[in-house]
Design a protein around this ligand. Structure first.
Ligand SMILES: [Zn+2]
Length: 713
């Protein structure tokens, strides 16, 4: 049985991940990959190598913001590691435990590390830490071990290569064996010396962590918010993003710094000595470290750090504990690629008690409604927290969280805080705690909220809801509208994630270079998309009008509007001129356009007067979009049918219904399907029923086929 589970984990997934998958899917209903993968999780007995491959690919493509994936991957890895530790005979070279970190991207030249960059096993509580200590003492066969404790920095692991004391190459960890050459970017970091204080002969590899100081991290997120770009979830993501910039100047702006913590190529007897040597060589070594003779001293240091860490100028998520003596380290060796002489203690998620002041509903950019708890402000992990996600209605029900409740909230690392538990005992007698329900109308646009059967999530059903910018962009580029092939949902989400695209007009600002900063693009695919975008700058006017997503304006109305505009503007009119006409037209004028009724006219007028649309419309004009004016419709002739609404009903005997209708159209008349006050003429043949009745009732002129034929020229 264990062999089966290990096999599944090595090549597949396991069920503890199920909960995370549910939450992810609720927040990202259009993520087909998550759904496919979820299916695989639910049926862990089967093999879904493709799903796994796709999942890992997605993780690589978009590490930012995919925090849920990362947490999931962490959980999977831990489970597998512990099982493999119990059954070492089942470890395969393909097992994910044999691979560290994410594989190197192809954008930077690969660098093979002289010695593999290790990853550490984790300890999440004192018990696990004591187990580590016992193992070490047992393997060494003595009790006086001696450890060094160092803060675990929330940053990006890198390797610096010095030859004869000169910095020659810098690389990311990559998969531990092969990383990416980011030398140019690392050179911009001031705390990385380009020349060591002593010219150490030969090759020296220094390992450390590049990080973004908290102040810079917060400033970066503030700037991103001002530009309307999504915030980085944690300093690690921000640092990774900065180090992997294509342009070193962009890296330089981020104010990165580095702590060095290990090296290969120095003759030392212990880790403490190594850290001293690095310091002497001019490398920056974190002063918050301590040598500990016993595990109790280690725990003492960890407890001090737990308190102190919120006052530090950088993010830390734990303490690394290493056996101090190098000779001992060598005796202990490695299991898989984890050294047996070190472990990383992770600080626990921090909790606090507060009150739910309200439960709000946010509309995501793909239209999902997410319940969010508005909290009485409370300090958790050094940050004031005012909001916590409730994920979805099922989660609200599971927790039974209500307005007015006392709740325990939790914040792990820098992820969005969540509600862990409601203190139902704290509910006061006689006070009402209203049960939360999803609203029937979208809080942003007032559109109907829909809840597809069998789904957890609720969505705003209005396709042009302003909250759903992603959906709006998807509509803009769709086939009937601007028709930009290759810009699918996943691509749009990725472009929005990095802040390149916020509204549909931003698409026209994309360059090959900008597209290449998104991991999913390679030179060829970026060039292809870029060319398609350029081609889409020339589109029929009716399609451009349709793409705007004006309420009630479908293809027929867009076409009618375009034809009307063509009669008022020169053939080569610019888009700006088109918008000017529409901004200045009155509702009455619009209503006089063939095919446009009162509701539609109001909607068009409202759209072009909306203050928040003006910038978007101007951007489209500046993007250089060229509208192709429609060819004029056959001129409306004077005659009995010109400008008349005609309805045919019953059977015609002298010609077919289609012929008769085409004839009327060619004479400038309009065919409608039903009789109303706007109808000018009803042609009724034998068998006419309700339409004839209605025409008689409201006093519309009715003729028989004979009379109709007589009216034709
Ligand atoms: Zn809405």
């Amino acid at each position: 049985m264990e062999a089966l589970i290990i096999g599944c984990l090595q090549t597949n997934f396991f069920t503890e991940a199920d909960r995370w998958a549910n939450i992810w899917i609720a927040q990202h209903p259009h993520d087909w990959l998550a759904r496919y993968w979820h299916g695989a999780v639910l049926d862990a007995g089967n093999q879904y190598p493709l799903a796994k491959e796709e999942y890992l690919k997605a993780l690589e493509l978009n590490p930012n913001g995919f925090d849920i994936h990362l947490r999931l991957a962490e959980a999977l890895m831990r489970e597998l590691q512990s099982l493999e530790a119990a059954h070492p005979e089942l470890v395969t070279p393909e097992s994910p435990t044999q691979r560290v970190g994410a594989p190197a991207s192809t954008r930077f030249a690969p660098v093979k590390h002289a010695a593999p960059m290790l990853s550490l096993s984790n300890a999440f509580n004192e018990e696990e830490l004591r187990a580590f200590d016992q193992r070490v003492r047992k393997l060494l066969g003595r009790d006086d071990v001696g450890y060094v404790c160092e803060l675990k920095i929330d940053g990006l692991a890198i390797n610096l290569t010095y030859v004869d004391g000169k910095f020659v190459q810098g690389a990311t960890r990559g998969d531990g064996l092969v990383g990416e050459d980011v030398t140019g970017n690392l050179r911009t970091i001031r705390s990385i010396p380009l020349t060591l204080r002593e010219p150490v002969k030969g090759r020296l590899d220094v390992r450390g962590e590049v990080y973004l100081p908290t102040a810079s991290f917060e400033a970066t997120n503030r700037e991103r918010a001002e530009r309307g770009e999504p915030a980085f979830a944690n300093p690690r993501n921000a640092a990774a993003g900065a180090v992997r910039q294509l342009d070193p100047k962009a890296t330089a702006k981020r104010n990165l710094a580095m702590w060095a913590y290990s090296a290969a190529g120095l003759e030392v007897a212990s880790q403490s000595e190594l850290l001293q040597r690095l310091d002497q060589l001019g490398l920056r070594v974190n002063p918050d470290r301590r040598a500990a003779k016993t595990l109790d001293e280690v725990i003492q240091f960890i407890n001090e750090c737990k308190e102190k860490r919120h006052t530090l100028k950088y993010g830390t998520d734990g303490v690394v504990v290493k056996v101090d003596r190098i000779a001992d380290q060598e005796r202990l060796g490695y299991v898989a690629r984890n050294p047996r002489w070190a472990t990383a203690f992770k600080f626990p998620a921090e909790q606090a008690t507060t009150t739910i002041e309200d439960i709000l509903v946010y509309v995501g950019r793909m239209g999902t409604l997410t319940p969010v708890a508005a909290l009485a402000p409370v300090l958790v992990g050094g940050t004031t927290v005012k909001r916590a996600t409730l994920h979805n209605l099922d989660e609200v029900r599971r927790l039974d969280v209500r307005k007015g409740d006392r709740v325990i909230i939790q914040r792990a690392g820098d992820v969005i805080p969540e509600v862990v538990r409601v203190e139902t005992d704290a509910r006061e007698k006689g006070k009402t705690y209203p049960e939360f329900d999803m609203p029937a109308k979208c809080p942003v646009c007032g559109g109907d909220v829909i809840h597809p059967e069998g789904e957890v999530a609720y969505y705003c059903g209005n396709p042009i809801c302003p909250a759903k910018s992603g959906q709006r962009i998807g509509y803009f580029v769709s086939r009937g509208a601007m028709d930009i092939e290759g810009l699918g949902w996943k691509t749009i989400e990725a472009l929005m994630e990095v802040g390149l695209v916020r509204d549909p007009a931003d698409i026209f600002d994309l360059t090959v270079e900008k597209l290449l900063t998104v991991d999913r693009f390679a030179e060829k695919s970026a060039t292809n998309i870029y060319e398609r975008i350029q081609a889409a700058k020339r589109r029929p006017l009716s399609r451009i009008l349709l793409a705007l997503g004006i309420r009630h304006v479908g293809d027929t109305t867009a076409d009618d509007l375009a034809h009307w505009l063509a009669t008022r503007l020169p053939k080569d009119a610019a888009l700006g001129a088109v918008f000017d006409v529409l901004r200045n037209v009155s509702v009455d004028e619009l209503q006089s356009i063939e095919g446009i009724g009162g509701v539609v006219a109001e909607s068009i007028k409202e759209y072009f007067s909306r203050a928040e649309e003006q910038e978007f419309l101007d951007k489209l004009v500046r993007a250089g979009i060229v509208p192709v004016m429609p060819a004029p419709r056959p001129a409306a002739v004077t005659g009995p049918f010109a400008g008349k609404n005609v309805v045919f009903t019953g059977t015609l005997e002298r010609r077919s219904r289609e012929d008769a209708e085409a004839l009327v159209r060619s004479l400038g008349g309009k065919i409608t399907g039903s009789v109303s006050a706007k109808t000018d003429l009803v042609v009724a043949g034998p068998g006419a029923g309700s339409k004839l009745e209605k025409a008689n009732k409201i006093g519309v002129r009715v003729v028989d086929e004979e009379t109709f034929e007589g009216m034709l020229p």
